[in-house]
Write a protein that binds this ligand. Sequence first.
Ligand code: FEO
Ligand code: CA
Ligand code: CA
Ligand code: CA
Length: 695
Amino acid sequence: MQHHDDDSISNPCQNPHFDEILQINLKRRELLAGGIGAALVGFFGVPGVSSLTGMRAADAAGTIGPIPPSNGFGGIGFDGIAPNTLANGLVDDVLLPPGYSYEVLYAWGDPIGALGQRPGEPAWRDDASNDSIDQTLQSGDHHDGMHFFPRPGRLGSSRGVLCVNHEYNNQQFLFPDGTANWNLEKVRKSQHAHGVSIVELWRHPRTGRWEVKRPSPFARRIHGNTPMQLTGPAAGDDLLKTDADPTGTRVLGTLNNCANGYTPWGTYLTCEENWNGYFANPTGDVVGVPGDDQKFETLSGQTRYGISQTGFGYRWHEHDDRFRADLNPNEPNRFGYVVEIDPSSPRSMPKKRTALGRCKHENCEHVVAGSGQVVLYTGDDERNEYIYKFVTTGSYNPNNRRANMDLLDEGTLYVAKFNGDNTGVWIPLTPATSGLETWSQAEICIKTRQAADAVGATMMDRPEWISANPSAPANVYCTLTNNSRRGTTPESSHTPDGLNNAGSARPPVDAANPRGDDGSPSGNAYGHIIRWHEDGDDSTSTTFTWDIFVLAGDPDKTEERLQGNVNGDLFNSPDGLWFDSAGRLWIQTDATTNALSYATGGVNENIGTNQMLCADPASGEIRRFLTGPLGSEVTGVTGTPDRKTLFVNLQHPGEGGSSSAANPTAVSDWPDRGARPRSATIVITRDNGGEIGGL
Ligand code: FEO
Ligand code: CA
Ligand code: CA
Ligand code: CA
């Protein structure tokens, strides 16, 4: 448990030179051999993989502006592999091109290596009988976005700290008996399986194999009950106050940690996505607790974010009133943020940055603009929601880490409008914008969806990850995974009270979201990737041009919504999206994971299990690099600075089909044969020691 925010003692020494950082750190490590949990100075005073900077823009002409003329990495250096389909044997494993290998590095339930624990404790028990306390010292479940923070200097590609998101859990795998005998202990274990892992990694000096280094002073679990701070314009607002926290500035936990970001000053950003599903409002009212004199969130405000009478089935509200949205109407307002964590300071308190708005954040990509201002992009992953950008007021100071630590509290939040002529506008979400005159900035940061509704932003086909091209950072790509509610009802179905994603609303297609119902009501079934170019190569610009990078899908399909224009290997439902530092664009998919749909020749018969592909942004060529085990989603990717080690997450193997608490291996027993399936981080290397994806 973290007891206080000790930033003041964690960074007493600013901006040491690389060697100095290393020396300080080595000295620290000697001290830490004694087992004290002191703060770690300047371990990540420099960015991980090279931070994007607006000053490195290429100048070639392209569809939407300067797309780099050559890919900068010499072409994709592997042949695309076959899809993992029924016809190809439906292999319950990770498959890679010849010459590549993987090992499992860190799976749900593995000990983090916390100081003070005996070696290997608390050990994973494959009957899932570890309790809620064990879970605070073990890997969370459902690995998602992650980032590798390398050691500075020459050790950077063999040692560092990995931050991993744990998005959610499947109750049938989390407990030996599933949801039977449901009680508070089970609720706590489920809460503790969410959040973030911080673990130290090293390539073992003797074996050369990547391992979690245990014990490590960096090892830390942040979970659904970890104290954190609400900061920025909404902090302290009445709508964030609860009986437990009359200040509106302290909250327990981060939830549904989907994808991620990181900052040039070495902090990790974890994004709260489907947090609404943990809350339930069984009475359908906002009554508060007796004697309450607080200003309450309204029921329609809860509905706009998808809070329902039952929630998603996590059943936390049955034993933890904090998740009763009728009794604690403002508690849900304390979720839905981008959360900043300093992994170099194990006792620091995570900060929920309200300035970036409240929604179902997928990830949070940054670019340092030419002005030095930091630009952050984030999508709200729900059908017919929006794409946002935040521009800091202050500038990044590469020479003073502490000066950057609260940069994300002040700036301008924008929402995107994509016009039919391939231009676009970033509309500021401030009281100065027409339609928001009566709003406070705090309200805008809490009811961000409603504010975006009021200014006429463009409803998108589920914005997932956003990534900027390191060779031309004004070029930004976003996966639009699919949209089962893109159809034919008129624009008027878009109202400020929640119809974007409710009832029968099926907004019509538009230029940026061009596929919808065409005879069968499944909307844009296969998704696409859109990209935009900030005007003037300036990431702070309020105007841009855009085009569609690729329509995912299968050219053999006759229905428009299923037909793609992929130049290369087929995929659907793009989700994870990440540029490596050489400019390769990696795509990860999240299509249906019901193994039966492969077995019965469903819509995925030519595409197979979820997968990861490599795209050349200059030529548009796409090749399949990895296919996942049965029932898994491929989500989360990061690597070492030398690009010779890639870390990838496999989430929820075994999900769907007939898997149950009684028969957890019905769909998959990856990665431990014969045992229940587990989400895991894998490490991928090349047998010849070369660059991943390289020639
Ligand atoms: Fe957690 Fe939108 O994926
Ligand atoms: Ca995702
Ligand atoms: Ca998804
Ligand atoms: Ca998913």
